[in-house]
Ligand binder design. Sequence first.
Ligand code: PMP
Length: 368
Amino acid sequence: MARPYNFSAGPAAMPAEVLQQAASEMLDWHGSGMSVMEMSHRGQEFGAILKSTEADLRELLAVPENFRILFMQGGGLGENAIVPLNLSRGETVDFVVTGSWSKKSLKEARRYCTARVAASNEADHHTHLPAPATWQLSRDARYVHLCSNETINGVEVHELPDLKALGADAPLVIDFSSHVASRTVDWSRVGLAFGGAQKNLGPAGLTLVVVREDLLGHALQICPSAFDYKTVADNHSMYNTPPTYAIYMAGLTFQWLKRQTEGALRGVAAMEARNVAKADLLYGCIDESAFYSNQVAKDCRSRMNVPFFLRDESRNEAFLAGAKAAGLLQLKGHKSVGGMRASIYNAMPIEGVQALVAYMREFEKTQA
Ligand code: PMP
């Protein structure tokens, strides 16, 4: 039976193949007689799952050897505290504010260190990206925080800044929660990346951290041991019980990602090509219409989260009801901005975006 297309911002749609595989292994994982949920995290079986999950992720994202991959808990908001607890040394850090999530990160960091705003797009309601050359970076910052995809505002950083070229010594910390694995990452420009799994990687409950080794071992005294990156790294993400089932589901998603091809492209590069095509199709529909609009500057529009508005907002409920009837789910915009939002993560096939675009054109016609 065909399932509806689900445009949720997260927790979000997962590939049907992954869900089917999990269902088939639910009661008995690989002849072990156990569900993955029932296994000791220290047993041989889960050990094998963790190992291959980490190796597949390292391969997919081309994570260099001098970076550690940590599977943690607490989500993106947890990391808003955990990053300054580990990296700030209680001193100065810089923030680039590009939308709701980086604003939240800034506020949380201020509980642990002196967090400065190096640049902000708040004055234009988070619709453009301040050019890196204009950032007012501190000489002594311990790190620079950037949300590389703002899920609510639909603003994406398409090229990570080269902080060294900007005269800054600090490592770049990115919150890549909502576009991880949708595109390649230039690790030469990154010190640490974190993200919740519940958009592009798997179910909620797992937080991914990829951190350069030299940044480990500087946690503040008050940092909880379970959140000290060095402790987590030294214990291979097993200092405390990791979110075993969520890790397993992410592992199945990574195997699915490795199987994806687009012409000569494979894995994340194949996804990136597809994601470009999906986003082009949807923004094209919005831009050619006088009925729909998106406010974000074209050079920083998100390929993952596409917020849009109906010219006649009194039609919002009718739009959503018609969409649901047409098998297009969870298109309502975030409560803080209103309107609509279509999240088109890796698991959304081009056919889903085509169906949405066809529905939008049809709905517009009925409004004439
Ligand atoms: N950062 C970004 C970019 C997000 O999209 C989200 C969740 N939508 C968060 C942080 C917060 O994540 P969590 O709810 O897992 O703490």
